[in-house]
Write a protein that binds this ligand. Sequence first.
Ligand code: GDP
Length: 213
Amino acid sequence: MHKEDPQLRAYFARASFLKSAPDPAHLPADRGAEIAFAGRSNAGKSSALNALCAQKTLARASKRPGRTQLLNVFVLDESKRLVDLPGYGYAEAPKEMRQNWGLVMDEYFSSRQSLKLTVLMMDIRHPLRPFDEMLIESCTARGLPVHVLLTKADKLSRGAAMGVLQKLRHALPEGVSVQLFSVLSGQGIEEARGFLRGVLEEHGQAEVPAEES
Ligand code: GDP
C-alpha cells in the first residue's frame, strides 16, 4: 500500500490549533512561512488537512455556512503555519456573505507576505469550477504558487484518475502543480507532505530576533 516516512509524518503531526481569525488583520505576525488551504465546500479540505497532519479532529470546521467565515490557523513551529481558509461555494450562503468572502480572500492573497503556497482541494469528479479558476487567478496574479490536490481519487478507476490528472496538467497555468489524493486509500498523502515540507523549509527559517537594547 502507501508507505509512510515516519519523520515526514511527525513533521506535520506536530500541528496544533492556534486561533481563528475573522479576517487577515487578525492573523499572527506576517513572518516565516504560511501555507493556505482552500477549496469548495465538500471538496475534502478538512479530511485532507487531518490526513496530512495525521490527526483526526484538527480541522473541525463546521459545515454550517455561518460558521465558515474564519481563517483557522495551525502552527508547526514559530515560523511555519497552515491556514485553513473558509470553504467557498455554499449555494445557500447569503449573497453578502459570498461577496465578503471574495473581498477577504483578495485582501489575504494580495497582502500576506509570509504566504508561500496555496493548496487547492478539488474533487477529482468536479475539477476547475469557476470558483477554483478565480482562486488560481488571484494567486498566480501575484506570483503565488498553487498546488492542487485532486481529492477522492479513489472514486475513479486508476486509468480515469490518470486521465484527469494529465488533462489538468495541460490546462493549468504556470506555477500551478497538481497531484492525485485520497484520504481513503492514502494515495498522495506522502507526496503532498513532501511538497509542503519543501516549501516550508525553503521559506520558513526562524528569524533570529534582533537584540533588544
Ligand atoms: P470539506 O467541506 O472540504 O472540508 O470536506 P470534508 O473533508 O468534510 O469531506 C466532504 C465529504 O467527502 C465527506 O463526506 C468525506 O467523508 C468525503 N471525503 C473526503 N475525502 C475523501 C476521500 O479521499 N475519498 C472519499 N471516498 N471520500 C472522501
